[in-house]
Design a protein around this ligand. Structure first.
Ligand SMILES: Cc1ncc(COP(=O)(O)O)c(C=O)c1O
Length: 387
């Protein structure tokens, strides 16, 4: 059967790494997973308890397309708690994960052939979803001196209809402060481009609080999710905040594309928002893991890294070690038993010489993984034997 041109999207390479790791495990190897971009923990206990109760009491049928009113209200309240932003719950749209939010946002804002700027390196699915919708992703190669985030000058004269940013970002974990976010918003609006802010890693910050675009403007789409801080990846629930005059447009698309986000997940998400103690305990683990990574990776010979402000990733420039990150990742899996992600997923041009390490798993795994990497790099003669 014939396929559409726009269906020719690239694979998510990390999935291929996960498959290779799974095969190694099936063959009896013990693998440390530094490739996965998800918490090792499950949904908070309060969330599963609330769902168990709801399952006894309700058929959990469709919800209205914009989501359970109580959940929209609770999300709006979060903006008061986290950023001191007074948000009208009517602007909150509950989505099937932030991935569902991207589909809604791109469909609501852009016409076929529109150009949308995305930072490179960046989350791979932005590019692929844009392509699948007949839009044109425009990679904005970012500079190490800008901590691998786009700056206003990168988008001048690019003829963009949209600009998508992420802070903290995947794969780098770096953030945009008020000034950096503000100048990007101004530059985007200056060329008539819609500004979209992916804030999925908010809550996972280590030095300073992440800035929401809503602190600076109401003329933007903000996309967030229960997947990361709330530790609910498989539940497929997230949210979007849109300007008031965009709510009805998004609602009509959501009604037709998804009907609603999974009802059960919305019930669990609402309860998860009050499980602060458990979520902060998860964050404490990431904080410890991050410190171990920032100490252990350079000692293992991965010296070119930008300390991440948030999320649970470290992005390393390995250009002095390889020009084929996919082969290098395969070698690390084979010889060290550590799964890592080649940078090609995030940056098709320059990702041949970068790797992403995730520290979302347990501290014991991170310690073990770092030791395996050190031994591997010693054997590869990148670093010497310890004195
Ligand atoms: C930056 C970024 N945005 C969005 C997503 C997708 O998340 P969700 O589970 O909410 O669809 C991910 C997943 O890793 C991500 O890293």
């Amino acid at each position: 059967m014939r396929n559409s041109t726009r269906s020719g999207v690239g694979p998510f390479i990390v999935m291929d790494v996960m498959e290779a790791a799974r095969r190694a495990e099936e063959a009896g190897r013990h693998v440390i997973h530094m490739e996965v971009g998800q918490p090792g923990t499950g949904a908070p206990k309060g969330a599963t308890e609330a769902l168990a109760k709801a399952m006894d009491q309700s058929p959990l049928g469709y919800t209205v397309s914009l989501g359970l009113p109580a959940l929209r209200k609770r999300v709006a309240q979060l903006y008061g708690e986290w950023y001191d932003v007074d948000l009208n719950p009517g602007r909150v749209v509950i989505t099937p994960g932030s991935s569902g939010g991207f589909l809604l946002a791109f469909t609501a804002l852009f016409d076929s052939g529109d150009r949308v700027g995305i930072g490179a390196p960046g989350y791979p699915s932005y590019r692929q979803i844009l392509r699948a919708l007949g839009l044109v992703p425009v990679d904005l190669p970012t500079a190490p001196e800008n901590r691998l985030q786009p700056v206003a000058a990168d988008i001048q004269g690019m003829g963009l209809k949209g600009l998508m940013v992420a802070s903290p970002a995947n794969p780098t974990g770096t953030m945009l402060d008020h000034a950096a976010m503000g100048s990007l918003i101004e530059a985007a609006h200056g060329q008539g481009a819609s500004f979209i802010s992916d804030e999925i890693y908010h809550g996972l910050e280590y030095e300073a609080k992440a800035v929401t675009a809503l602190e600076l403007t109401d003329e933007c789409y903000v996309i967030n999710s229960f997947s990361k801080y709330f530790s609910m990846t498989g539940w497929r629930v997230g949210w979007m905040v849109v300007p008031e005059d965009q709510v009805r447009v998004v609602e009509r698309i959501a009604q037709n594309m998804f009907i609603c986000a999974p009802h059960a997940s919305q019930v669990a998400a609402l309860a998860a928002m009050d499980c602060e103690d458990e979520l902060q305990a998860n964050l404490d683990v990431y904080r410890r893991n991050r410190a171990l990574m920032l100490d252990g990776l350079p000692k293992a010979g991965f010296t070119k890294i930008a300390p991440p402000d948030g999320a649970f990733y470290v992005y390393a420039d390995v250009s002095d070690l390889t020009d084929d990150s996919r082969a290098f990742a395969a070698e690390i899996l084979e010889k060290a038993g550590v799964a890592v992600t080649p940078g090609l997923d995030f940056d098709p041009q320059r990702g041949h010489t970068t790797l992403r390490f995730s520290y979302a798993r347990s501290t014991a795994d991170i310690q073990d993984g770092l030791e395996r990497l050190r031994v591997f790099m010693t054997e590869r003669k990148v670093i010497g034997e310890p004195a």
